[in-house]
Ligand binder design. Sequence first.
Ligand code: ADP
Ligand code: MG
Length: 253
Amino acid sequence: MSLIEMDHIHKRFGSLEVLKDCTMHVEEGEVVSIIGPSGSGKSTFLRCLCNLEIIDGGTIIVGGDVMTRQPQGVNRSIYAPSSQVHKICLRMGMCFQHFNLFPHMTVLDNILEAPRVVQGKKTEEIMPIAEALLKKVGLWDKCNVYPSRLSGGQKQRVAIARALAMNPDIMLFDEPTSALDPELTGEVLRTIKQLADDNMTMIIVTHEMAFAKEVSKRILFMAEGIIEEEGTPEQIFEHPKSARTKNFLKSML
Ligand code: ADP
Ligand code: MG
């Protein structure tokens, strides 16, 4: 059994069919990157996994726990009770393109907030963890600063530390460097690489092809709501099979 099993996922927005029977399994400790043109459904697929979108059909099982499944003969996906879905989602940390830090809180309070509110932990209890995480992303010296005083790269590293403070087993990244000036992407990619080296299970939607190649065990190419092709970085980047994959990769050069 894989850590993450998403089988036959269907998702519509009104009459627009955004995910058409998408299946992805991710093993513990594996890093999978999802690439593909804008509008192909990459964000939606990731958002379905962490319950930010409700799926219309298919099965999602994380660590053996059923989040939602579609029994045979039923024309929709049936979710587990919300407490079970919540418990599953707590295993996942998510980082978005636009950081979404709390602007009215210092860097340190951004890190402490969720463990305090969601996990009911005391500040003293999480302080050492927050300190270690901010040191890990190289921003302990900024702990009392407000997000508006940080560069985009620093904001994203705080967002990563904030997600890690909930001690997730799985990290999801949706174009974590797309909003950054080119000179700031390196520091964020290095932070994500560190997590990969620590064997964190990760799914990364990215346009950074060189990075995807370096860090991923497997690459999924999505186009128009389907997973068009998947394979090792070598298979996808050196020997793509489908014409759509080839064209996309050419357009990224
Ligand atoms: P990607 O991340 O690959 O760029 P998305 O998953 O964001 O693609 O979007 C896939 C398609 O779904 C696009 O056509 C987009 O406009 C549409 N879409 C995404 N979110 C919504 C929404 N909340 N309501 C309606 N359409 C949406
Ligand atoms: Mg997207």
